[in-house]
Design a protein around this ligand. Structure first.
Ligand code: IMP
Ligand code: MG
Length: 179
């Protein structure tokens, strides 16, 4: 199987994530904030982002929620469901939600509503990739790494039916390399 076609290199990712950490640190410094990653797609991005924040002098608490919107394929089901909840208490805290990508916008918006319903004082959103043309709900992330078109991408944590998460770069998935 040929590897999927790279569209964002390891070096581009490294530089952009560092810039994002710098911007986030500028806004969050002095706040009692918690990073909340949306599993599973955010893990690689979050791991790099939290170390970027550390280099900016910040070491927030980290927690995760598990959400699902896809059954197995590459089309959103149209429902973003929380299937695993937070362990930390976010009441009164500032939260930065981190996900791999905003596509229809349903997942990250639902995650934000969830932490606000749990009493978070504020909830900002951060995604590595943004596909603004695909929205089904009105949503704009507070921080995003790269805007991309209507293509299905994998790597750097993003999957297609749980495959390709380990690729160290972001690649476009074409018809023949789904599995
Ligand atoms: P949304 O709810 O439609 O915004 O989709 C968000 C979730 O769908 C993300 O957390 C991803 O897991 C997944 N997703 C959306 N687009 C892609 C893609 O191009 N590749 C891999 N996963 C994607
Ligand atoms: Mg995901």
């Amino acid at each position: 199987m040929a590897p999927p076609k790279m569209i964002i290199s390891e070096e581009q990712l490294r530089l952009r994530v560092e810039e994002m950490a710098h911007a986030i640190a500028g806004d969050m410094r002095g706040k009692d904030f918690i990073l909340v990653g949306v599993l599973k797609g955010s893990v690689v991005f979050l791991a790099d982002l939290m170390r970027g924040l550390y280099r900016q002098g910040l070491c927030p608490m980290v927690d995760f929620i598990t959400m699902t919107s896809y059954a197995e394929g590459t089309q959103s089901s149209g429902h973003a469901k929380i299937i695993g909840g937070l362990h930390l208490d976010v009441a009164g805290k500032a939260v930065l939600l981190v996900d791999d990508i905003a596509d229809t916008g349903l997942t990250i918006k639902r995650a934000r509503d969830h932490v606000l319903a749990l009493g978070a004082k504020e909830a900002a959103t951060c995604v590595l990739l943004d596909k603004p043309t695909r929205r089904k709900v009105e949503f704009a992330p507070d921080y995003h790494g790269f805007s991309i078109g209507d293509v299905f991408v994998v790597g750097y944590g993003l999957d297609a039916a749980n495959r390709h998460r380990c690729l160290p770069y972001v690649a476009e998935l074409t018809g023949n390399d789904i599995s």
